[in-house]
Design a protein around this ligand. Structure first.
Ligand SMILES: [Zn+2]
Ligand SMILES: [Zn+2]
Length: 732
């Protein structure tokens, strides 16, 4: 070995998709080098897996490379930027997830690590064929005009209106030579000057502040708040235009991207091209192209769901989180993270601006804005001539529905008037299916899921009983499985299918559409139905929280909330906030084009502070009351929470490990542990669940505490699994 090669590191540490808390070390074969952030293939047990080079060299550990397994391949792929690597480390530390499991979220496009195959093309030479036909002349003339652009063989034949053999003949005669074309771009570059907006005063001021941040080119966090229809999107589009003009990449995060064709259309109208999409429903080929082109820096704007945070941007210059309060940003699987919070961290590490956008911001974000940690930009005026709907509470004790029904006379009257005006009504109920519980009238048997502690929900359209937690379903039986009586099963409580049935008994000639995420036909059918509604092809829309997302229905002038008490009843500390956000959004659906509109909220507790705030539209009062309540209870953002969820295939094991964790909890003056308690959802997918809740002061080091607790407790054995959920959103 020469002195020279001694200085070249022969080992690398690699993040591989395992629960190991540290990277694994591999040898670098002779002549192969890899930088930190390089994507490699390495052996892991009997498999080959993709991983991320974490560090180069063995940090003086003096490991003999001959005793290590070698790196199989260093992919011909841009290395991850230092800020992306810091982000992986940060998410791992914060969520207490193995760094390899975070890396796994970055590497979810395996075929993208090798360069895209170049496309074969033809370019015109100076050579002309001896025999010229009119067809050949057309081809040569076309290619000469477009020179120096190269053509694909079929593209040229098609454009010139000749057969492929004419093109082949010219190529054989040397008139065209074979060249390689770069792979096609997944989307055309956005043009910041394509469709400049006409901004009203408060929009223009907000846009100016945001474009100023882009020019300043460093981290800045902003809350952009404005009621539905105030024109928030136009404002942040200006920030995107500024970033694109500066040659930077932009990440726009949206909840449930698959359903927001309306957003893509608006983007295209502003920039002349759609953004690159990123979500779980993308076809693998598209996914790989987007990943690769984001890594290469050729894609300028990505609009994606929460997992887009882990795309390997080459030069991230702006992050937008639209509907920042949306619960869909929380992932509760393997790595538990809140994509909204992580987006702020991502921007901070990339030293670029981040904009959180909402009509009903989360209490935490509102608090950060009040405290001056985020700049607060507000759009107070509703765009164009749209008016906010009048919202009223319907006291169900005084306006009871007809026997067996769920719609009060007040709501039915308003629906009849809306039908008469040929406008649309929306009935909102956040409960899929026909009825949340089915029981036997004779013996009282209740249909429960065999895998979960949950009742089966009747889906009458499909003739099924379904579990909404594990997906288990069975046909609705003709006879009770317990007592054998025929035709005595009764539905308890309403689901949207039952509301649809009730609606049709009152308005048999109305065109009714039921919108739910689980209807047959999936996303495609939903999109078609949304379009049909926007075109006025329905009179009454009945839907779950899906309808609260940013769809624009111009004819919608009445929104009825069937059961506003539903969300307030489940003992979740965030229930009030969620209900306020959901009801504000739902009622905000009405009257977006200036028609007189109305929101009616059915409730048995019209004195509840949250519902009163919804009716009066007094968001300030709502936030002030919520913040005061959270401060009293030292709840977030005035304190910190983490949940530890222990599950096992049998109850005693889950409970015993929960107790062992509790016993292992260090004593601390500013952190307390509650539990273990059996989870409200005591069994999911056949696993019994216990929860511990760790409650700390604002300054408590929750991660260090949790790490110590888990390290001190015995290792989980058998089927026992431990999941840590820092900043939990769900308490089930
Ligand atoms: Zn029975
Ligand atoms: Zn189930």
């Amino acid at each position: 070995m020469s002195d020279d090669s001694k200085n070249v590191p022969r080992t690398v540490s690699v993040l591989v998709p395992t629960p190991s808390p540290v990277p694994y070390t591999y040898a670098l074969p002779d002549g192969v080098s890899a930088d930190p952030g390089a994507i490699v293939q390495v052996p892991l047990g009997p498999r080959q897996v993709a991983g991320i080079v974490w560090e180069v060299g063995d940090n003086g550990n003096d490991i003999d490379p001959a005793k290590l397994r070698p790196v199989t391949t260093v992919f011909d792929c841009p290395t991850l930027t230092p800020d992306m690597r810091r982000f992986i480390a940060w998410v791992s530390r914060y969520t207490l997830s193995a760094p390899g499991m975070v890396a796994r979220m970055v590497l979810r496009a395996p075929a993208a690590f090798e360069p895209e195959a170049p496309v074969a093309g033809l370019a015109l030479t100076d050579e002309r064929p001896q025999r010229m036909t009119s067809a050949r002349e057309r081809v040569v003339a076309l290619a000469a005009e477009s020179s120096p652009m190269a053509w694909t063989r079929s593209g040229l034949a098609h454009a010139a209106g000749v057969s492929l053999s004419v093109v082949d003949g010219l190529a054989a005669a040397g008139t065209f030579e074979a060249v390689t074309l770069p792979p096609t771009a997944i989307v055309a570059p956005p043009d910041p000057n394509h469709g400049p907006p006409d901004l009203h005063d408060s929009q223009a001021r907000a846009a100016e502040a945001l474009t100023g941040d882009i020019q300043a080119d460093r981290f800045a966090a902003t809350l952009l708040e404005g009621v539905t229809g105030a024109g928030k999107t136009e404002v942040y589009f200006e920030a995107i235009a500024a970033a694109v003009s500066a040659g930077r990449q932009v990440l726009v995060m949206l909840p449930e991207i698959a359903l927001t064709q309306a957003f893509i259309d608006r983007f295209e109208a502003r920039f002349g091209a759609p953004p690159a999409p990123w979500h779980s429903d993308l076809p693998p080929k598209t996914r790989e192209k987007v990943w690769r082109q984001v890594a290469e820096g050729s894609v300028e704007v990505v609009a994606g769901a929460r997992s887009a945070l882990f795309l390997p941007f080459a030069d991230l210059g702006l992050v937008i989180v639209d509907e920042e309060h949306d619960a869909a940003y929380k992932q509760e699987d393997r790595v538990y993270y809140n994509a909204r919070d992580m987006a702020v961290v991502r921007a901070k590490l990339a030293d670029c601006p981040v904009v959180l956008v909402s009509a009903t911001p989360s209490v935490e974000t509102r608090h950060n804005a009040l405290e001056g940690r985020y700049r607060h930009l507000r759009l107070d005026r509703r765009h164009a001539d749209a008016a906010l709907p009048d919202v009223a509470l319907v006291d169900m004790r005084q306006n009871p529905p007809a026997r067996g029904g769920f719609l009060s006379p007040v709501l039915l009257d308003a629906m009849a008037q809306t039908l008469e005006k040929q406008e649309q009504s929306l009935l909102f109920l956040n409960r899929r299916g026909y009825a949340p519980l089915t029981l036997c009238r004779v013996c009282g048997h209740r249909f429960a899921c065999e895998n979960c502690s949950a009742w089966l929900v009747e889906h009458r359209f499909r003739g099924q009983l379904q579990c909404h937690h594990c997906g288990h379903h069975e046909p609705v039986p003709e006879a009770c499985p317990e007592c054998g009586t025929f035709d005595h099963l009764v539905a308890c409580g309403p689901g949207i299918e039952r509301i649809a049935e009730e609606t049709l008994t009152h308005f048999p000639d109305a065109r009714v559409i039921v919108l739910s995420s689980d209807m047959a036909g999936g996303v495609k059918r939903l999109r078609l139905e949304m379009e049909a509604i926007a075109k006025g092809e329905a009179d009454i829309i009945i839907g779950t929280q899906l309808v609260a997302k940013g769809h624009n229905f111009p004819l919608l002038t009445l929104v009825g909330v069937v059961d506003a008490d539903l969300g307030l009843a489940n003992g979740d500390p965030r229930a009030a906030e969620r209900t306020f956000q959901l009801l504000s959004q739902v009622t905000g659906r009405a009257g977006r084009t200036g028609r007189q509109s109305l929101g009616l909220i059915q409730t048995f507790q019209p004195d509840h502070a949250v519902l009163k705030a919804c009716a009066s539209g007094d968001a300030e009062a709502f936030y002030a009351a919520q913040l005061a309540e959270r401060e009293r209870g030292r709840m977030p953002p005035f304190g910190r929470l983490a949940a530890v969820i222990v599950s096992a295939t049998n109850r005693p094991d889950a409970e015993a490990h929960g107790r062992a964790l509790r016993a292992a909890a260090p004593s601390s003056s500013d952190i307390t542990v509650l539990g273990p308690a059996e989870a409200p959802l005591a069994m999911v997918r056949g696993r019994h669940r216990f929860r511990l809740l760790v409650h700390g002061s604002e300054r408590a080091d929750m991660q260090a505490y949790l790490r110590a607790m888990i390290a001190t407790a015995p290792n989980p054995r058998g089927s026992v699994r431990v999941a840590v959920d820092v900043d939990p959103q769900s308490f089930l």
